[in-house]
Design a protein around this ligand. Structure first.
Ligand code: TA6
Length: 315
């Protein structure tokens, strides 16, 4: 029965693009989020004005085995080309299930879904390890989006395994040349455009005027993305995810991507909570937890003088 205006269903299972299963989360004040079981992929996060906060390409293919271009792909058990597996691992192009019996995990949100991924025979050929990957996607009161991953080593042969990981978040921005990122100043990074060469970031906020593909090591747990035009600040909080990747393909790379529009680089920025520099190793029975919390707050911004500390402190 379709929900009436007043009666908002907090968690709705339905069909999305190409008939793929998805779950819609609704929060009483109006925020929403959408998650596809294909890749446990968040493809939409809207505030209580119905404004979309995540970027999804108009050319995104909702067709396995291609990963969905945009939203929040989950990179596991390998980030990028940091290993012998396919780029960004295989979790983002697998069908996940709804976890009907998750271990206790208290939350004060009513709008959440638990998803689970276990290895298939095919995966075991590529990555010979048993694991349980549980992902909870939740909408908090006030519309914050929370993703919590719990990965457990269930190998019966006593073998540990090692992995890297990222929430590859595509933020929707008004104009990339007007965006600043606060919290990564003076940090060391690996430059993916310079053969992963290690360098140190300059002292000011990041701004964007060309292709960028950097892995910042050992970042603060809070990073701010300020969208000047929209007077909006995304605050990214992370736990168990020491690194952060910043990516924008800019014009040339954009033209080489079939599932990405030539000018779409102007309206997106990836800032990804990640574990890359120091991969995680789990012995059988051990569990790792990685949590991401995203908020979108009005920027206390006026006439060119940004006070990063105020943004990071107040939010
Ligand atoms: O996170 C940045 C990055 O690793 C870039 O190197 C770029 O390749 C991007 O991910 C997108 O990767 P994809 O495999 O989704 O095309």
């Amino acid at each position: 029965m379709a929900a009436s205006g007043s009666e908002r269903v907090a968690v709705e299972k339905c069909k999305g693009i190409n008939g793929l299963d998805k779950v819609v989360l609704r929060e009483p004040r109006g925020s929403t989020a959408e998650v596809y079981l294909y890749g446990a992929h968040v493809t939409s996060w809207k505030n209580d004005h119905g404004e979309e906060l995540l970027f999804v390409s108009s050319k995104a293919m909702f067709k396995p085995p291609k990963a969905i271009r945009g939203g929040i792909p989950v990179c596991f058990p390998q980030f990028g080309s940091h290993g012998s597996l396919e780029q960004h691992g295989f979790a983002r192009n697998r069908f996940w299930s709804i976890d009907t019996d998750p271990p206790p995990f208290p939350t004060n949100s009513k709008s959440f879904i638990d998803l689970i991924l276990k290895p298939s025979e095919e995966d075991m050929q590529k990555w010979p390890h048993s694991y349980e990957f549980r992902l909870r996607v939740a909408l908090g009161t006030g519309g914050d989006l929370m993703l919590t991953s719990r990965i457990r080593n269930t190998n019966a042969d006593g073998k540990p395994f090692t992995f890297t990981f990222a929430y590859h978040t595509y933020f929707s921005v008004s104009d990339i040349s007007e965006v600043r990122v606060e919290g990564l100043e003076t940090l060391d990074y690996l430059d993916n455009l310079q053969n992963k060469e290690r360098s140190t970031e300059q002292g000011d906020a990041l701004t964007f005027e060309s292709e960028v593909d950097k892995i910042y090591l050992g970042t603060p747990t809070k990073i701010a993305i300020l969208d000047h035009e929209k007077k909006r600040t995304f605050v990214l909080r992370k736990d168990g995810l020491p690194d952060a990747v910043v990516w924008n393909p800019w014009d040339k790379k954009a033209k080489t991507m079939a599932d990405f529009g030539d000018d779409e680089y102007k309206h997106m920025l990836c800032v990804e909570a990640a574990v890359v520099g120091k991969p995680i190793t789990l012995k059988p029975g051990e569990e790792w937890k990685g949590r991401l919390e995203l908020s979108a707050v009005p920027s206390s911004y006026c006439s060119g003088q940004l006070d990063p500390q105020k943004v990071l402190q107040n939010s």
